[in-house]
Design a binder for this molecule. Structure first.
Ligand code: PEP
Length: 434
């Protein structure tokens, strides 16, 4: 039940379009004060652009870093409303969210554009947090992994050198702001798939965060999954205590004294103790002892009695019973920690009829999908088995034609040209349909 990896834990708050100078002041003070006690976890917040100055001032010198909710793929110029990487550098932004589902859905961002934004962030030494996630319709039609693969493809095509400097956030669209959380198992299934793709290209240590109605109550069970390295938090990030409790839950599950065998071990000890109590009580029966005196008391009313009448059997019974109660309490606690996720998440595994890519045999995506990909930099596992034609979702109606003519990144590329031109022209659902 502990995380099986050694990747640094990361919890990022996405404030979305919330906040004001006054409200931020209170929130930032709470986060700053509380964060001093958090270890083994990187904590960051992403306010709206106008508040970056306030946030950078309030958090300067603390362990909490900050980032933006978007970044322009352009360096500068006539791009009204856009904010460039160099502008973010002026505020010491460490992170930039790219491809959040709200931007994909409401602003028609394609995966190709997302890759360009990730590249632009890296050009300015800002870590892009690349968000991917399926809609409820995608999941119900069995297209989850195909959609994730399609969203990731242009990003992974940037090559291992760049991908190794990114963070990926898996955020099922149906879980964002809805109160529905993927069960830890559902999230892990997708995270494992993403990890396989990263591993295949030599980027297995990239942090993969989960996002979607994460709260203090469900964080620990999500973080207990081996491929979940932290969380991208929306609503719960607007309350300092709740946000910090999420980071603390993460920290708690990082303790080495919470090994994965603890739960089965406690279960075995509890069962042995239960049988032990029964046997010890039975051994004392027929000797004039009732239930109470089995525990050393003079009557049933003096369980664990302190009458001084204890003999070997009654003392043994007492201690075995104590072990039973302690293991029961431990199991109840661990069970409670692991059951924080929503019961209402869509049911069903993803793997039905799905053939997982073999990480040992990475297959480069078709050249047509990634024109201009850096030489030797592309190593993407084979796409999932294509869904039945009848189950292919329609292309999102929100993708504007403008997305198809996204200009190239203007800033000089240190590693490679963007590998995403064609990819930028297709929505994820269209690519899945292909
Ligand atoms: C998000 O916006 O990235 C998010 C995960 O939101 P919420 O936690 O509110 O679902």
């Amino acid at each position: 039940m502990t995380t099986a990896n050694t990747r640094q834990r990361l919890v990022i708050g996405n404030w979305k379009m919330n906040g004001s100078l006054a409200a931020n002041e209170v929130l930032l003070k709470g986060i700053r004060d509380g964060s001093a006690a958090i270890e083994n976890c990187t904590v960051a917040v992403c306010p709206s652009f106008p508040y970056l100055a306030q946030v950078s001032q309030a958090l300067s010198g603390s362990s909490v870093s900050w980032g933006s909710q978007d970044i322009s793929p352009e360096a500068s110029g006539a791009f009204t409303g856009e904010v460039s990487g160099s502008m973010l550098n002026d505020f010491n932004c460490a992170w930039a969210l790219v491809g959040h589902s709200e931007r994909r859905a409401l602003h028609g961002e394609t995966s190709g554009q997302v890759a360009k934004k990730a590249q632009a962030a890296l050009l300015h030494e800002i870590t892009p947090v690349v968000c991917v996630g399926e809609t409820l319709q995608d999941r119900e039609q069995g297209n989850t992994l195909a959609v994730i693969q399609s969203q990731l493809a242009p990003v992974l095509a940037l090559g291992a050198q760049m991908v190794n400097k990114m963070v990926i956030a898996y955020e099922p669209v149906w879980a964002i702001g809805t109160g529905l959380t993927a069960t830890p198992e559902q999230a892990q299934e997708v995270h494992a798939y993403i990890r396989a793709q990263l591993t295949a290209m030599g980027a297995e240590n990239v942090q993969v965060l989960y996002g979607g109605s994460v709260k203090a109550a469900n964080a620990a069970s999500l973080f207990a999954m081996p491929d979940i390295d932290g969380a991208l938090v929306g609503g719960a990030a607007l309350v300092a205590e709740e946000f910090l409790n999420i980071a603390t839950a993460l920290y708690f599950w990082s303790f080495t004294f919470m090994p994965s065998y603890l739960y089965p071990l406690l279960t075995v000890v509890q069962v042995i103790a239960a049988f032990g109590v029964i046997v010890l009580v039975l051994l004392q029966q027929g000797k004039g002892a009732d239930m109470g005196s089995s525990f050393g008391g003079g009557s049933a009313g003096s369980l664990f009695g302190a009458t001084g009448a204890a003999n070997f059997f009654s003392r043994a019974t007492k201690w075995v019973a104590v072990v039973f109660f302690i293991t029961t309490a431990g199991l109840a606690y661990l069970g409670n920690m692991a059951s924080g996720s929503s019961q209402q998440a869509p049911s069903g595994g993803l793997m039905e009829g799905y053939q997982a890519p073999n990480p040992a045999l990475p297959v480069a995506p078709p050249a047509s999908a990634v024109p201009g990909a850096p030489e030797g930099g592309v190593s993407v596992p084979a796409a999932p088995v294509a869904p039945a034609a009848s189950s292919v979702p329609a292309a999102p109606a929100t993708a504007p034609a403008a997305a198809e003519t996204a200009p190239e990144v203007v800033a000089p590329a240190p590693e490679a040209a963007p590998a995403t031109e064609n990819a930028a022209e297709a929505t994820d659902s269209e690519k899945v349909a292909e």
